[in-house]
Design a protein around this ligand. Structure first.
Ligand SMILES: NC(=O)C1=CN([C@@H]2O[C@H](COP(=O)(O)OP(=O)(O)OC[C@H]3O[C@@H](n4cnc5c(N)ncnc54)[C@H](O)[C@@H]3O)[C@@H](O)[C@H]2O)C=CC1
Ligand SMILES: NCC(=O)COP(=O)(O)O
Length: 349
């Protein structure tokens, strides 16, 4: 089967969050917004009940993996969980009783992609604490998917989180870790490996011949020559020098506070930052509804909306499906990408 013909695998996410309702909304907008065919991996009866509760006329069809594309125009295809687990959930009230189903949906999506039945994975948001309190060992999808991608006897790949939009693309070098741990984790090796993956994936999957990277500093004023912290001078600058000597177009470390205004954004394709929030605050400010979370460095394509479970609005029917739709569309394009396909990186100056 050609990659164009395969559906995307959409995970359940936290069933008490907005994932199920934005999946229903995305399906309703499939024609208007050219949403590519997807199948949700979960409990068909739960999706049906969610549609009913919200007053949405969405037919839900229980499918086999190969049926989704044919079914998609007329019904939301839902593939039951391999274990047959069912789901009950109260919107806005996360319950670790569903942790097994949430995790199983993710592993099933990876299995579908591995088997060549789905072209890419799109994940609905999970609440990390709901899973970790029942022993889930990974801080997020990004790290879990890398563990699932590991080949026997080999180190798992280094997963790289990129948040992408038409306005800005950003990569946090450290991801889900406490701020106080960042200086220790921010090694020259990590910066270099991260930048190499970003460079390679922007070329191979996003079709950019010569991606322009920048790296922000960790400290105020990128350390002000070592007077406000030494990591910028002693760790980040040598990483940039080494990467440049390999032919990677990267500048930095540059002061983070002046890296995200419009003229600065026109000078690069993607900004790498030492910490999670240095990267995610600007993109969620500029493009919250359109932003997509893409995991680079994996042997398969995975995207996700940029937002979380939004328990505060779950079940109210007001959650916007835009970021999920952007994630579905980007996943399809990346799965089909060839070297001659240039995705709209916004920031070409
Ligand atoms: N990819 C994933 O699985 C992600 C999961 N999370 C998880 O989500 C949980 C909640 O995180 P928060 O920091 O509260 O962020 P959040 O993104 O869930 O919510 C932040 C604010 O944005 C609003 N919002 C989010 N998505 C929206 C949408 N589609 N339409 C309208 N309004 C929307 C919410 O109502 C809330 O006011 C956390 O447990 C976190 O771990 C957060 C980000 C990504
Ligand atoms: N803040 C981004 C986020 O939490 C998404 O994490 P992941 O579940 O995609 O690893």
């Amino acid at each position: 089967m050609a990659s164009d013909d395969r559906p995307l695998a959409l995970t359940l996410g936290d069933p008490s969050g907005i994932g199920p309702e934005i999946a229903l909304a995305a399906w309703r907008l499939r024609r208007e917004r050219a949403v590519p065919p997807f199948q949700l991996i979960g409990d068909p009866a739960f999706l049906e009940a969610t549609a009913y509760r919200l007053g949405l006329s969405v037919p839900v069809a229980e499918v086999e993996p190969d049926d989704a594309v044919e079914v998609f125009p007329r019904a939301l295809p839902v593939l039951p969980l391999p274990s047959g687990a069912t789901v009950t959930a109260t919107p806005g009230a996360p319950d670790s009783a569903n942790a097994g189903a949430v995790v199983e949906s993710i592993t099933a999506a990876v299995d579908l992609v591995r088997a060549g039945v789905a072209s890419a994975i799109v994940t609905n948001p999970i609440a990390k604490f709901v899973l970790t309190r029942v022993g889930f060992a990974h801080p997020g999808h990004t790290e879990f998917l890398a563990a699932l991608a590991a080949r026997e006897g080999r180190e798992p790949p280094l997963p790289v989180m990129m948040l992408w939009s038409d306005t800005l693309a950003v990569v946090p070098v450290t991801i889900h870790v406490a701020l106080r741990r960042v200086p220790d984790l921010l090694t020259q090796d990590l910066v270099e490996r991260t930048a190499r993956i970003v460079h390679a994936d922007l070329r191979a999957r996003f079709g950019l011949d010569a991606p322009r990277l920048v790296l922000s500093g960790l400290n105020p004023h990128a350390g002000e020559s070592g007077t406000m912290g030494t990591e910028d001078r002693d760790v980040l600058a040598p990483a940039v020098a080494a990467l440049r000597s390999e032919g990677i177009d990267i500048r930095g470390p540059l002061p983070a506070d002046t890296l995200f205004h419009e003229r600065a954004r026109a000078t690069y394709d993607v900004a790498l930052t030492p910490t999670h929030d240095q990267a995610l605050i600007p993109i969620k400010t500029l493009a919250f509804d359109e932003g997509v979370n893409v995991t680079l460095g994996l042997p398969f394509v995975r995207t996700s909306p940029d937002h979380g479970t939004a328990f505060d609005i779950a079940g109210k029917g007001i959650a916007k499906p835009d970021s999920l739709i952007a994630a579905l569309r980007l996943a399809q394009r990346l799965a089909q990408s060839r070297a001659d396909t240039v995705l709209p990186f916004p920031v070409r100056g």
